[in-house]
Design a protein around this ligand. Sequence first.
Ligand code: FMN
Length: 174
Amino acid sequence: MSKIGLFFGPLKGSVHRVAEKVKAALGKQNVDMISVNDASISDLEKYDLIIFGISTVGKETWDSNYSNTDWSKFFPNISKVDFSGKTVAIFGLGDHITYSSYFVNAIGVLAKDLLKNGANLVGKVDTSGYDFDESEAVIDGKFIGLPIDEDFEPELTDERVSNWVNSIKPAFGI
Ligand SMILES: Cc1cc2nc3c(=O)[nH]c(=O)nc-3n(C[C@H](O)[C@H](O)[C@H](O)COP(=O)(O)O)c2cc1C
């Protein structure tokens, strides 16, 4: 099988930790981990199977001076790549208590750019297991990727990752 490119950022936080769990669940030998900090357009073009890991902290999605520098730099690359023929899934870190009206918004922002550029997005998740007010990540009644809350629901992460990875495995040829 061809390898999955797991593009994630930032380094050394919750996204990174969950990315390692996603990789382990898919089988380490099936996945290349690529920090978005070091990634270029040609890295994206190399993979037909892609997973993105992102957190919602950036100024694109939340009115704050804090900017997630790794993704801020990388984000414009998404709209420069033709994703047709590529299978893509997204997981996103967020906080459903403090940011209940903006819960994992970055998943939705990223997904919309990917869909515009032809990606076959897989790995939708039912909203029923989550408590939140609003989220740009909900498209047609479902989360368009996997939300994870390491701030307030870390005890649910392993099961959420495991269920989600099992649901996307066939689309990734595993
Ligand atoms: C300044 C700031 C803004 C945030 N904004 C949001 C938000 O709008 N929506 C959300 O779901 N989580 C938000 N969060 C929570 C983060 O997404 C969460 O803590 C995440 O686990 C961070 O992962 P990272 O350390 O890998 O970047 C915010 C956190 C910070 C520090």
